[in-house]
Design a protein around this ligand. Structure first.
Ligand code: MV4
Length: 446
């Protein structure tokens, strides 16, 4: 096992990783931007280093600064956390060239998953269900029009190097496609450095269901069930839960088995989330997130597995000690993201936390880095806390959630707390009757 690990991140996820390191007996190095000097992950770590000015580009995305911090502290491994450099193949390669272990998959697999066209082709060849679309990237509008005619409108154009919903264009007819083709290409070039785009049948009202797996270096792949993440806006998830209300055991393990086989064949190492759209009882592969995710905690509650500890152990070359037959998906967990933002406009809302009280009790988990008098900076993600509620059934879980959200006090900044309180009272939410557009459709009323 590593003796010392550097955490190349901030906020609640940096603390989450610190805790895993403490349990594993690993010394920790925190890195931080100027404004983040008094954050809790800096206080809790054994050592800390300032890696640059406030902007992410100059600090948490600053590869040379992070590598220098690892070199001077003698860290043997770097955990990239979520966001920032966590999917950056170049960073992963630089880390290993400095004889430091990158906690994550190989640069080869990161590159593969970063190109959505290659990822889709690879996954399709490995037996995953995909949505009908163009054969790879499209150069010619005539071919795009012919593809769309065959598939049937509406269709969606996506950037090959995009992902997470950025740079997508929906077309309802050939005229729109003609316009969007040019737009999508130039936007892809500007945002992702490549104008490669591809086309798919547009699914109008799907659910977002993603599947968590863990793979070691010895061909063991664990399936940890799914997460339902449809309650989102602007591709920012707000509420996630597991299990999904729409899957039965048979459907769950059917897709699970396909994924496990595929990732074993890929020789993939580390944790991954496989994102699907779910429509009409069918799964359609979208993309692979080759890293830890914010909502991993939901799965930790329903499986009892510490995903971050397992991730670090795998990177250290350990064989998975858990077998699939040991994993029981039990109870129900819901995560509520408490963001510092206006609950109507979703605009970030930096400011000082004047008053703070966190809920507690059986089955209530709070992952957060904030404290009273903490000033939420404008520079980073607005996530302040994750309230993760666990109970035997979904009904009990929603009841617990009601008092947990009522107990929560965060004064000084606007948060998404009030929105969550309304959400869990909505009949559609109670019934599991929602898709990826539900929140946008209902936000004005809420
Ligand atoms: C789609 C789609 C409908 N049809 N693909 C957005 C995130 C990216 N991973 C895939 N995305 C979508 N792909 C087809 N063929 C709708 C979306 C989509 C979406 C998906 C999941 C969660 C939120 C979303 C919001 C808007 C669009």
């Amino acid at each position: 096992m590593f003796k010392k690990l550097l955490i190349a991140n901030r906020g609640e996820i940096a603390i989450r990783i610190l805790r895993a390191c403490k349990e594993l007996g690993i010394k920790t190095v925190a890195v931080h931007s100027l404004i983040d000097a008094s954050l809790m992950h800096v206080k809790f770590a054994d050592e800390s280093i300032c890696i640059g000015p406030n902007s992410s580009a100059q600090s948490y995305l600053n590869i040379s600064s992070i590598l220098s911090a690892a070199e001077v502290t003698g860290a043997e491994a770097i955990h990239p956390g979520v966001g920032f450099l966590s999917e950056n193949a170049h960073f992963a390669r630089m880390v290993s060239e400095h004889n430091i272990t990158f906690i994550g998959p190989s640069p080869y697999h990161l590159t593969m998953m970063g190109d959505k066209v290659i990822a889709k082709k690879t996954m399709q060849n490995l037996g995953l269900p995909v949505v009908n679309g163009s054969d790879g990237a499209l150069d010619d509008i005539e071919i795009a029009l012919r593809n769309a005619e065959n598939i049937g409108y509406p269709v969606i154009l996506k950037a090959s190097l995009g992902g997470g919903g950025k740079g997508m264009k929906v077309s309802n007819n050939p005229e729109e496609l003609q316009l969007n083709f040019k737009l999508a290409k130039s936007e892809a070039k500007i945002n992702f450095g490549s104008d490669a785009i591809y086309l798919e049948k547009y699914l109008t009202n799907p659910k977002h269901i993603e599947i968590q797996i863990i793979c070691d270096n010895y061909g063991h792949v664990l399936f940890l069930g799914e997460r339902e993440c449809s309650i989102q806006r602007n591709n920012q998830k707000l509420m996630e839960e597991s299990p999904s209300t729409v899957l039965n055991e048979e459907q769950r393990y059917h897709i699970g088995e396909i994924i496990v086989k595929a990732f074993r064949q890929l020789g993939y190492s580390g944790v991954a989330t496989i994102e699907f759209l779910y429509d009409n009882g069918q799964f359609f592969f979208m993309e692979v997130n080759p890293r830890l995710q914010v909502e991993h905690s939901v799965t930790e509650q329903t499986t009892g597995i510490d995903i971050v500890k397992e991730q670090i152990k795998i990177a250290a070359g350990e064989e998975l000690s858990i077998h699939q037959s040991d994993i029981k998906i039990k109870g129900h967990a819901i995560e509520f993201r408490i963001n510092a933002e206006d609950s109507k406009t979703f605009m970030p809302c930096p400011g000082k936390i004047e008053e703070l009280y966190f809920p507690g009790g059986n089955g209530i988990r709070v992952d957060s880095h904030i404290y009273r008098n903490y000033v939420v900076p404008q520079y980073y993600d607005s996530l302040l806390a994750k309230i993760i509620v666990y109970a035997n059934t979904r009904e009990e879980c929603l009841k617990k959630a009601a008092y947990a959200l009522d107990e929560l006090v965060i004064d000084g900044v606007n948060t998404t707390t009030e929105l969550h309180k309304k959400l869990i009272k909505e009949q559609d939410i109670i019934d599991g009757n929602f898709d990826i557009h539900w929140l946008v459709r209902n936000i004005d009323r809420l």
